[in-house]
Design a binder for this molecule. Structure first.
Ligand code: NDP
Length: 243
């Protein structure tokens, strides 16, 4: 079903983005691997080993014009954009008392505005196609909040609002929009946490382990394949925020 479809994954060179790009490639989809500074070459080779195309495009998704170029280049090169995965994201953690205005703005600019930028430019292409699928990366922190992550929580809660609104706005054009809210996943983003912080987090996870990037990737493929799901936030967190 995903065979020969064209999928953009933002921030796809490593971590969850890499796992998502690889999982879509396994299903036979061509990949547009967006990256900012991490070299995409190793991931590109892995993706091509599944016999699909992999186009690498450098762009900072927080920049409106660079996001536009990314969307347009992908469409020109491959002829359509069937799935957009808004995965790129950053953290700049700190207690509010110490959080600078720059750290607040940078996280909102990448995680929330970057998601808007890509949706803005890719939806124009999907509208013409009269089909498409958008998957946004939120976080359990956007659902439950966290000490030291006010900026990140705001950005990821914003992504959920974006998902609900875009799902309603785009449904008539046969474009579905969903979000994934991962819990703690083993990537560079969580590798920076101290052992003490990790132990504290583990004690709040009923399944008693961090998730694997592949477990998020399988969820993204599921959302892309199930044509009757839109406007949903799927939590993949080992039970961390059972509400
Ligand atoms: P990583 O730090 O491993 O990867 C983040 C990726 O995003 C990198 O490829 C990075 O590129 C890219 N990126 C960051 N800013 C930009 C930008 N402005 N333009 C283009 N690409 C950018 O993190 P994860 O893989 O863990 O995170 C992926 C997503 O999942 C993020 O949205 C994150 O918030 C979310 N998430 C992660 C969780 C976790 O526990 N790991 C939990 C919940 C959500 P580069 O290296 O070149 O800067």
């Amino acid at each position: 079903m995903l065979k020969d479809k064209n999928v953009i994954v933002t921030g796809g060179a490593k971590g969850i983005g890499k796992a998502i790009a690889t999982e879509f490639a396994k299903q036979g989809a061509n990949i547009v691997l967006n990256y900012r500074s991490t070299s995409p070459e190793a991931t590109k080779s892995e993706i091509e080993s599944f016999g699909v195309k992999c186009l690498t495009i450098q762009a900072d998704v927080s920049d409106f014009e660079q996001a536009k170029d990314l969307a347009e280049k992908a469409n020109e090169e491959l002829g359509s954009i069937d799935v957009l995965v808004n995965n790129a994201g950053i953290t700049k953690d700190g207690l509010v008392l110490r959080m600078s205005e720059e750290d607040f703005d940078a996280v909102i600019q990448t995680n929330l505005k970057g998601t808007f930028n890509m949706i803005k430019h890719v939806s124009k292409i999907m509208f013409k196609q009269k089909s498409g699928n958008i998957i946004n990366m939120s976080s359990v922190i956007g659902l439950a909040g966290n000490v030291g992550q006010l900026n990140y929580a705001a950005s990821k809660a914003g992504v959920i609002g974006v998902t609900y609104s875009a799902a309603k706005e785009f449904a008539a054009r046969n474009i579905r929009v969903n979000a994934i809210a991962p819990g703690m996943i083993d990537t560079d983003m969580t590798a920076v946490l101290s052992d003490k912080v990790k132990e504290g987090i583990l004690s709040q996870i009923p399944l008693k382990r961090f998730g694997k990037p592949e477990e998020i990737a399988k969820t993204a493929v599921f959302l892309a394949e199930n044509e009757y799901i839109t406007g949903q936030v799927i939590t993949v967190d080992g039970g961390m925020v059972i509400g």
